[in-house]
Write a protein that binds this ligand. Structure first.
Ligand SMILES: NC(=O)c1ccc[n+]([C@@H]2O[C@H](COP(=O)([O-])OP(=O)(O)OC[C@H]3O[C@@H](n4cnc5c(N)ncnc54)[C@H](O)[C@@H]3O)[C@@H](O)[C@H]2O)c1
Length: 329
């Protein structure tokens, strides 16, 4: 059974989805035909958008996620959208070596190879400030965002090098230390560690046919602020900084600037341009500018920005001056 949305239909599901429309984004339905992708954290939000768009572009998709219910439903939805055997869900805790090995063996058994590795899983709740968080939160952040990335890279990249083709990407953040208004120090520490690993990998595999880059999906999702943990109240915010609040976004009450399906189209575009992006990072707004993405609703479209790639150094330093730092002296 399907539900009507604006012009297209979506499969009836408890997942929070809208139609993927690659044609609208100027992308062909067989742009990734013959390829196989693994998407970690592919059962919700950003990762779900990536997995559905990649499948819509003709690739087979392996969804790796901790969430068994959403993962099984993601497999069902992608198969319903693209035909049987388009997707495989493997329940995976990306921090556990045995789980990642099982993910690889199931992916290879089902589809014979893996061309694209999208490191996207993260626990967004690990977002406390340094002084208020238990050290175990930092361990957990590194476990997903550094250890999990390294485990997946070691499992999938050697075969890519052997075949002379592969794409590896990481869902980086624009915050590599936490500006006070965001309050996600433990989260950003994990993200920075994984970005460093991925950028080093780009240097290691240079010239092998494997291309490695970061895509920052800033502001992608359908978030309900009422279900998110409140920002820390006992931290004194600098007076000259804007407050980070829902009214800054297009739909008050929801953080809904960029639909995950549009994020997925941007990821397909980046995969197709992986050679150009190798060793760098790009923020999603810049991908839309490069694609000339025709957002149907200009009110929710990201603001046009001059298109540029971030070098590895810029990526690591991105937004470092958002806090008061030395720049306000
Ligand atoms: N949404 C944004 O605006 C934004 C901005 C910058 C970066 N990012 C990054 O993009 C990625 C996706 O963000 P999101 O907003 O979709 O997050 P999300 O919390 O909605 O989804 C994360 C997914 O990862 C899964 N996951 C968590 N721990 C796991 C583990 N140990 N093993 C396997 N799967 C696990 C979760 O079950 C979930 O499905 C994250 O890495 C995040 O840091 C997101």
């Amino acid at each position: 059974m399907a539900t009507e949305t604006a012009q297209k239909t979506v499969v009836d599901t408890f997942l929070n989805i809208e139609p993927v429309d690659l044609e609208h984004a100027g992308l062909s339905k067989d742009a990734l035909k013959g390829q196989v992708a693994v998407v970690t954290g592919g059962a919700s939000n950003v990762g779900l958008g990536y997995a559905r768009a990649i499948a819509a572009a003709g690739a087979k998709v392996v969804v790796a996620d901790l969430n068994a219910e959403a993962g099984a439903e993601t497999e069902r939805v992608i198969n319903a959208e693209n035909g049987p055997d388009s997707a495989l869900f493997v329940k995976t805790d990306i921090t556990q070596e045995s789980d990642v090995k099982n993910l690889a063996s199931q992916a290879f058994a089902k589809f014979g190879k893996v061309d694209i590795l999208i490191n996207n899983a993260m626990n967004m709740r690990l977002n406390g400030p340094v002084l208020k968080s238990p050290v175990s939160d930092l361990d957990a952040s590194y476990a997903i965002s550094a250890r999990g990335v390294m485990l997946a890279v070691k499992e999938f990249v050697p075969a890519m090098i052997e075949r002379g083709y592969g794409v590896v990407t990481y869902s980086a953040t624009q915050f590599h230390y936490s500006p006070p208004m965001v309050g996600g120090s433990i989260y950003t520490a994990g993200k920075a560690a994984a970005t460093s690993l991925i950028m080093s990998l780009a240097n290691e595999v240079k010239g092998t046919g494997v291309n490695v880059f970061c895509l920052t999906p800033a502001g992608v999702g359908r978030f309900d602020f009422s279900k998110m943990p409140p920002p820390p109240k006992d931290i004194e915010l600098p007076k000259d900084l804007p407050k980070f609040e829902p009214s800054m976004f297009a739909m008050p009450g929801f953080f809904s600037m960029i639909p995950p399906e549009a994020g997925g189209a941007a990821m397909v575009y980046c995969i197709l341009h992986a050679k150009e992006l190798h060793g760098s990072g790009i923020i999603i707004n810049d991908v839309f500018t490069a694609m000339n993405y025709p957002f149907p609703n200009p009110a929710t479209a990201p603001k046009p920005m001059p298109t540029h790639r971030l070098s590895d150094m810029e990526l690591t330093m991105a937004f470092c001056t958002m806090g008061p730092g030395f720049s306000s002296r």
